[in-house]
Design a binder for this molecule. Structure first.
Ligand code: AMP
Length: 313
């Protein structure tokens, strides 16, 4: 089973208490694709400029990621500048240079049309809807968003939410979307907006999954799951932790797709959340995508077992 992810492919300039890095490879689709590539085939739709060199593309293709859908256009790639110096848990955006991303019109290559699993990473909800409508045969559709779209493009975002099987967001976004401060009420409020299920990431406190009443009919209705986060002594760079979580989570679900015939079961969903935690925890141990680039599946499984062990009754 394969995944198509649409989202930003970027260069990030990052400052954290561990130091500063200029223009490292980043972007939501990049982090997601690398994390998911440990589990299944991944195809990327995005746009980059002339500064995106073969060596950058090789970071993805060396992991078997299909980059046919990354369009190269004249100009500079999307560049995000963020700081975590004040608070390691909250990115402060210092600059968002959209560059070629400003005129991004996602184009889905013919060879991607049979993709079963679609992930709409954090981009303009109008583009998320467009990609969704070009993939009518996708078995499962998941997505992410961020504060900017929640506050300034709410109506467009609400249309996307109604079409999602799984929405993966952080707790601040869940509170913003629902207008509720209590985490359970916030989750119920978000589900009332239409996604069949919701995964909320509570940073170092783990994650939770919530399901609507008529979600999947596979024993998941109204259930709730919790997964811890792996304890980290040193967080070097939190950028991409959320996307890596989503990549590990969705990658694992897709990897079980053939056997479950695309159905979500409680067992698959729970394990996927644990794999999401594992990939998120690995990604923060180095700047940008460095840690995921040198991760192995054996290391991922070892950390998964550790997480199981420390959270088992
Ligand atoms: P995360 O830390 O998982 O929430 O995502 C971080 C990634 O999102 C970075 O690599 C950025 O390049 C990317 N990013 C930041 N702002 C935006 C934006 N407005 N649209 C799309 N991607 C963004």
């Amino acid at each position: 089973m394969s995944i198509l992810v649409v989202g930003s492919v970027a260069f990030d300039t990052l400052e954290t208490p561990s130091g500063k890095r200029e223009r490292v490879l980043g972007g939501a689709a990049t982090h997601f694709a690398l994390a998911a590539s440990f589990f299944t085939d991944v195809r990327v739709v995005g746009v980059v400029g002339d500064d995106f060199l073969p060596e950058h593309e090789a970071v993805l293709t060396s992991k078997g990621i299909d980059t046919t859908g990354i369009e190269h256009v004249p100009g500079k790639s999307f560049h995000w500048t963020g700081s975590y110096v004040k608070d390691l848990n909250a990115a402060e955006t210092l600059a968002t240079d959209l560059n070629v991303f400003a005129a991004f019109e996602p184009k889905i290559p013919e060879s991607y049309l049979d993709t079963e699993y679609l992930f709409l990473a954090n981009i303009d909800p109008v583009l998320q809807s467009r990609v969704r409508s070009h993939m009518p045969n996708a078995k499962l559709v998941a997505g992410d968003t961020m504060n900017y779209w929640i506050s300034a493009h709410r109506d467009n975002l609400l249309k996307v939410l109604r079409e999602l099987d799984i929405l993966v967001i952080n707790d601040n976004e869940a509170r913003m979307l629902s207008g509720e401060t209590n985490s359970l009420r916030a989750a119920r409020g978000v589900l009332a907006l239409g996604p069949k299920s919701l995964v909320v990431k509570y940073a170092e406190y783990g994650s939770a999954a919530y399901f609507s009443a008529d979600s999947f009919g596979d024993g998941l209705d109204r259930k709730q799951f919790r997964a811890p986060a792996t304890p980290q002594e040193e967080v070097v760079d939190p950028t991409g932790a959320g996307d890596s979580f989503a990549g590990g989570f969705y990658g694992y679900i897709a990897s079980r797709g053939a056997e479950t015939q695309g159905k979500l079961t409680p067992e698959v969903f729970r394990k996927a959340m644990f794999y999401g935690c594992v990939l998120g925890s690995l990604s923060v141990e180095a700047f940008g995508t460095d840690r995921l680039q040198r991760t192995t599946r054996a290391e991922i499984d070892q950390r998964f077992e550790h997480l199981k062990e420390i959270s088992h009754l």
